[in-house]
Design a protein around this ligand. Structure first.
Ligand SMILES: Cc1ncc(COP(=O)(O)O)c(C=O)c1O
Length: 406
């Protein structure tokens, strides 16, 4: 038997035929990228997306996903990060310097608030929470050191829909007032995970940067973590990719492939989960256990008019909303009974995240999450329901049997 050397197996001369087409794009895997010559290696720049330098800076798979996400969100440039929270961190790190001030809504995704409060404070950055439903409170908290303003619509768990247009305009007016001093303007960043680039176009409102937890709707499987940051201006995109390069936060090729596949069915899933969530929200309004159903498409919801102004269009007269909402129990329901309700659900599973095939439930202590005194539902038991792809009537039967057992 002839001796097979490892060199033969690594540098084998066989070339597979190039002509090959199938419905899904191939998965490009690389840490190392091969250059044809030293000169070619020297000439390539990692920022230039017409060529490749190292896996961290892009492969055909990551470039394709970035391009699709930029189109989805109405932006131009996109960078991928290993989770939604990592994408948020890149925005904070790319645009905040020591001495800067950042504003964050009181009902923002709480790990962003924790990052600002417990990590970035170590670098001389001060964060302040604002009431997302009060332009007066927001404007009063903008100051000459404010360099970043976070927006989120709808708000985390309590689902208030803020006046995004008003918040952008107030920030732009503030920037214009301070322009003669030569100070860096305050950037407007929106956590766009709820809208997913489908419910409204953030860049038309004056937003500079959108963050998307691709873990939710783009993945759709509840099995992949990834995040993206999209922008329209080259200088903003360059600052982000510089931070990305320094931090070395690459994404894995199989996860990129999973998100590319998820995107193909995302519009259908988003709309189906929206329909199911609204069917359930309306049905639960008739249940006596609940004081309130928190969904921005319901006419009584806080910020309903802002939701309607952005998310209802002539093509979508019913409007669009993510398939997620919360219920507020009446005060006579103790924490113990509310947790028993969650435990008794059979189809709804107890777990974090949303946008996947399986419906999820979680109880929240709003009092512990909010700082602004004006925040609603601080003293009540709130349960968030994330609607999956199960049959909506089966989900309603599940909720009813758990309520009955209470
Ligand atoms: C609104 C929002 N933004 C960001 C994230 C973070 O995403 P990830 O779980 O991918 O870190 C989440 C996760 O739940 C979220 O709900």
């Amino acid at each position: 038997m002839s001796e097979i050397k490892s060199t033969h197996l690594i540098h084998h001369p066989y070339q597979a035929p190039q002509e090959f087409e199938s419905p899904q794009a191939p998965i490009y895997k690389a840490s190392t990228v091969i250059f044809p010559s030293v000169q070619a290696m020297k000439d390539r720049r990692w920022q230039d997306k017409s060529a490749y330098t190292y896996g961290l800076h892009g492969t055909p798979s990551t470039f394709a996903l970035e391009e699709k996400l930029a189109t989805l969100e109405g932006g131009t440039y996109c960078s991928l990060m290993p989770s939604g929270l990592s994408a948020i961190a890149h925005v904070n790190l790319a645009f905040l310097h020591a001495g800067d001030h950042v504003l964050v809504p009181d009902n923002a995704y709480s790990p962003n608030i924790s990052m600002l409060k417990h990590l970035l404070s170590n670098f001389g950055i001060t964060a302040m929470r604002y009431d997302p439903m009060s332009l007066t409170d927001f404007s009063a908290k903008l100051n000459e050191r404010t360099r970043l303003v976070w927006l989120e619509a709808a708000g985390s768990v309590t689902m208030e829909f803020p006046d995004l247009v008003g918040l952008c305009k107030a920030t732009q007016a503030h920037n214009a007032r301070h322009a003669p001093s030569g100070r860096r303007p305050s950037l407007i960043a929106l956590d766009n995970t709820w809208g997913a680039g489908l419910a409204f176009n953030a860049f038309e409102l004056g937003v500079d940067v959108t963050v998307h937890a691709l873990t939710k709707y783009p993945s759709g499987g509840g099995d992949v973590l990834m995040g993206s940051v999209v922008s329209k201006e080259l200088a903003i995109a360059q600052a982000l990719s510089q931070a990305h390069m320094h931090l070395g936060t690459g994404v894995g090729p199989h996860d990129v492939d999973a998100i590319l596949k998820g995107l193909q069915s995302m519009v259908l899933r988003y709309e189906a989960q929206d329909r199911a969530a609204r069917f359930l929200a309306h049905a639960l309004m008739r249940e006596s256990a609940f004081a309130e159903i928190l969904h921005p498409a319901l006419p009584h919801a806080i910020g309903h008019a802002h939701w309607k102004a952005l998310c209802v269009t002539s093509q979508k007269p019913e409007g669009l909303a993510a398939g997620i909402f919360s219920v507020v129990f009446k005060p006579e329901y103790s924490q113990h009974r509310v947790e028993a309700f969650c435990d008794r659900l059979k189809l709804f599973q107890i777990g974090y995240s949303w946008g996947g095939p399986m419906s999820l439930v979680l109880p929240y202590d709003i009092g512990a999450m909010r700082e602004c005194s004006s925040a609603p539902w601080r003293d009540q038991h709130v349960v968030r329901l994330c609607i999956g792809l199960e049959d909506p009537q089966d989900l309603l039967d599940d909720l009813r049997q758990a309520l009955k057992a209470l």
